[in-house]
Design a protein around this ligand. Structure first.
Ligand SMILES: [Zn+2]
Length: 296
């Protein structure tokens, strides 16, 4: 287990790849867990050894709230933008793009696939913290920066005195930025990414895969990471110029490998992601045959 001063870095299964993620634990007089995507046995060990008194979730995605349900009868707080939405399955279906892409019928089908723990993880969240406010847990100062884009409420816990920031889904993986829910926004994603580089921090901890970056490494990785957005723009433009309509465009695999598009939720995110790029490039999807019309 890695440790930076009083912060323990708890790894998720399978190199913290989605649907797992990395958690932080503040080992001080107040026992605080930030996100719960770490491995169950790791979290149970920490709980046994030190205890957990408070959970703070950066956002509502299931890989970051994965093990909230292991901890009973404690406060679980999320960011203020997502608190109400995350409490209901209807709310989460909407921000995931399920309603946008498939309507109410799709929402009903999707609901039937959700694991009970997943529903409990969100339903048991008890309140919201404030953005940009300095909290002090047993002497550790932390601020939850509002860094929208990945989701509209996404927050990055920043420890100014330690020079550490947990960047969650600014994960610098080769997949590139994820903003595919209806609450994701490409421009915000870019702005928030740039903001992270302005922090007085030497240590950037991502939610998935590699994990710990120096500022210099993170800055270089961010250039590559954000460049994926332009590469997606170029791909979409090329296919549109070949005459593809929206439905055809969402079968080629702009974001996800083509074969994974058989999975309904992956297909949902592919579709809503492609819509965002089309809108950014000035196109709209029109009519039953999903023809593309240039607006700008
Ligand atoms: Zn996420």
């Amino acid at each position: 287990m890695n440790r930076i001063g009083p912060i323990l870095i708890l790894e998720g299964a399978n190199f913290s790849k989605v649907p797992n993620s990395r958690s932080l634990y503040l080992n001080c007089s107040e026992k605080v867990l930030i996100d719960t995507g770490a491995e169950e046995k790791v979290l149970k060990n920490v709980d046994r050894e030190h205890g957990v008194q408070l959970i703070l979730n950066t956002h509502y995605h299931p890989d970051h709230t994965l093990h909230n349900h292991l901890f009973k009868n404690i406060s679980k707080l999320i960011n203020p933008v997502e608190y109400v939405t995350s409490l209901t399955i209807e709310g989460v279906a909407s921000v995931n793009g399920v309603f946008q892409e498939w309507g109410q019928e799709g929402v009903e089908k999707w609901k039937a696939t959700l694991p009970d723990d997943w529903v409990r993880n969100l339903g048991e969240i008890s309140g919201a913290y404030h953005y940009e406010t300095e909290y002090k847990f047993g002497g550790i100062k932390v601020q939850f920066l509002h860094t929208p884009g990945h989701t509209s409420g996404f927050s990055c816990p920043y420890f100014p005195e330690l020079g550490v920031v947990y960047t969650g889904d600014y994960d610098m993986t080769s997949f590139g930025p994820w903003y595919n829910g209806t609450d994701g926004d490409i421009e915000d994603f870019i702005e928030s990414g740039k903001r992270l580089l302005t922090l007085d921090a030497d240590t950037y901890i991502t939610g998935h895969q590699k994990g710990i970056f120096s500022k210099q490494e993170f800055s270089k990785a961010m250039d590559r990471f954000l460049a994926k957005i332009e590469q997606r723009d170029e791909l979409v433009t090329r296919y549109v110029q070949q005459g593809m309509n929206f439905d055809e465009l969402t079968t080629v695999g702009i974001f996800y490998p083509k074969k994974s598009l058989k999975n309904t939720i992956i297909k949902t995110w592919e579709r809503s992601g492609v819509r965002k790029h089309l809108n950014r490039l000035g196109y709209d999807v029109i009519g039953m045959d999903c023809q593309l019309v240039k607006l700008k």
